[in-house]
Write a protein of this length. Structure first.
Length: 514
């Protein structure tokens, strides 16, 4: 299983200074001859539920809807005692004004409420490294610490932390006192245990739930060092890892760090350009992720739509999932996700300042963000400790838990995709220049991250999309650009205007069939 940690390899950033977008007035609403687009139906399962059967094991993570009660357990290695203010920082990071809880309350539109419970501190004597010996048969040596931490808590607290009564704790966060492997020399080079001192999400596979004695399953293992980056407690890494508990994969790639991976065209690609909570931990989650989590329903174009029409994206109706004509919408489709990006709210802080002074800026202007989504599912098969991606599912909404398990076929790390060319979520850069492929990195040593140039706005050169004008972001079949599936997306999109009025941000688009 892929390590679900957040690893940053920030070498350098190329940023542009873009002027504010021009605003263009348009007649509000739909033209009389145009249709009102329908909203896509909700999926029969969320990505959190898809992730719960990941790899053929029963591994319930954090539900994405409703009120849940994750349990936070401080783990103190006697070798590295917590500072005096650690526990107030831990509580602030999880449940304070700017916290994991407040982030997901806003990001989900109130559909997910995280009511954190705080357990007793667990103290582990001796060297920190000596405790990483557990039964991590699937690659993690912290499972024994999870079990020890859970078993040390009061039974009444454990039952509170199992909000649905399935015998599994909703989630466990182990905040440990030891520094990360980047901050401390843990001994001999090559000791694999040292790399455990980082942040990741994992599961205690193979456990059976017991409502009378709930056990841990999905858990986050995170060094206090990540929280100690801010005076009141930094929640950023915890927010990212919570995304994994909800079933969201990383949107960055580590192929560039793999000396054995030789496909140069894909090696340094940054499909989403760093600017997403599941990429470099910046800003909010993208709209497709919210659709898959059950928080959003995008518009879609029905088969009987006219050949040309105008739509207005605004407020709750701020996203369109453009699919091949006649295709029924589902999160687990391949198509073009079109969303009205707002630099306010959860995106604002990173738009105005670099996190830790070194991360790229988030987009600082409103605009239309277009993302090539390939969220098709494939069947999975376990081969020992490996999970293999096999046949694409012909169904977008297969029944889960009936002997066959399903996985996202594509990944933003090309080594983990069913085929090398298929990214999972990939930004389509408005001006058509594929900077995020980072083809020049071996020469320059500079990485390109996404910036304001990549948003579509009503400005010549950045206001129009058609597959042939942005062919570098798609595959080719018979000399024509196409989706990874081989199907065409026969539409062109014109951005007529974007404005910020008394009712908030809105955008007008013309959609034409070609």
């Amino acid at each position: 299983m892929r390590s679900k940690g957040i690893l940053f390899f920030l070498v350098a950033t190329l940023l542009c200074s873009c002027s504010p977008i021009p605003t263009v007035d348009w007649e509000g609403g739909y033209r009389e001859e145009d249709l009102v687009l329908p909203e896509a139906p909700s999926s029969s399962f969320t990505i959190a539920e898809l992730n719960a059967q990941d790899e053929g094991e029963e591994a319930p993570g954090l539900p994405s809807l409703g009120k849940v009660r994750p349990l936070v357990i401080p783990v103190e290695f006697a070798e590295f005692p917590f500072p005096e203010d650690a526990f107030s920082k831990i509580e602030n990071a999880f449940a304070g004004k700017e916290s994991v809880s407040s982030f997901y309350e806003e990001s989900s539109g109130g559909l997910l409420r995280l009511d954190f419970l705080f357990g007793k501190k667990v103290v582990l004597e001796g060297s920190a490294l000596s405790h990483l010996q557990g039964n991590g048969s699937m690659g993690r040596k912290t499972i024994s610490i999870l079990r020890k931490g859970v078993s040390s808590q009061d039974s009444s607290l454990l039952k509170e932390a199992d909000s649905n009564g399935d015998g599994f704790l909703d989630a466990v966060y182990l905040i440990y006192s030891a520094p990360t492997f980047e901050e401390h020399d843990y001994g001999e080079a090559g000791d694999s245990r040292a790399s455990e001192f980082w942040a990741y999400t994992y599961y205690d596979y193979g456990r059976e739930g017991d409502p009378e004695d709930p056990c841990g399953m999905g858990y986050v293992w995170c060094s206090y060092s990540f929280l100690d980056r801010a005076k009141e407690g930094d929640p950023r890494t915890l927010i990212h890892e919570t995304g994994h508990l909800l079933g969201l994969p990383d949107l960055y790639s580590e192929a560039g760090e793999d000396g054995s991976y030789l496909l140069e065209e894909e090696k340094y690609r940054m499909p989403m350009g760093g600017l997403d909570m599941m990429d470099l931990g910046l800003g909010d989650h993208n709209g497709w992720s919210k659709y898959a989590l059950g928080w959003k329903r995008p518009l879609y174009v029905p088969e009987d739509a006219p050949d040309e029409f105008v739509i207005e994206l605004t407020g709750e109706r701020d996203s369109l999932f453009l699919l091949p004509p006649g295709e029924e919408p589902s999160p687990y489709s391949e198509g073009l996700w079109i969303e009205l990006y707002d630099p306010q709210g959860l995106n604002e802080k990173d738009a105005n300042e670099r996190y830790l002074g070194i991360y790229p800026f988030n987009y600082s202007i409103p605009g239309i963000r277009m993302i090539h989504v390939d969220a098709r599912l494939c069947q999975g098969r376990r081969n020992g400790s490996l999970v293999l991606k096999e046949e694409y599912s012909k169904e977008k909404e297969p029944s889960l838990g009936e002997g066959t398990f399903y996985l996202l076929s594509s990944d933003n790390d090309p080594r983990l995709s069913k085929t090398d060319r298929n990214s999972f979520l990939a930004l389509v850069e408005a001006d058509g220049e594929d900077r995020l492929s980072n083809q020049d990195y071996p020469k320059t040593g500079l990485l390109h991250y996404a910036d304001n140039r990549d948003l579509f706005v009503p400005e010549a050169g950045r206001d129009f999309f058609r597959m042939d004008t942005h062919s570098s972001f798609f595959q080719e079949e018979d000399g024509l650009p196409c989706l990874n599936s081989g199907e065409s997306l026969p539409y062109e999109i014109q951005v007529n205007g974007i404005r910020d009025g008394k009712d908030g941000l809105s955008a007008s688009l013309t959609i034409s069939r070609v």
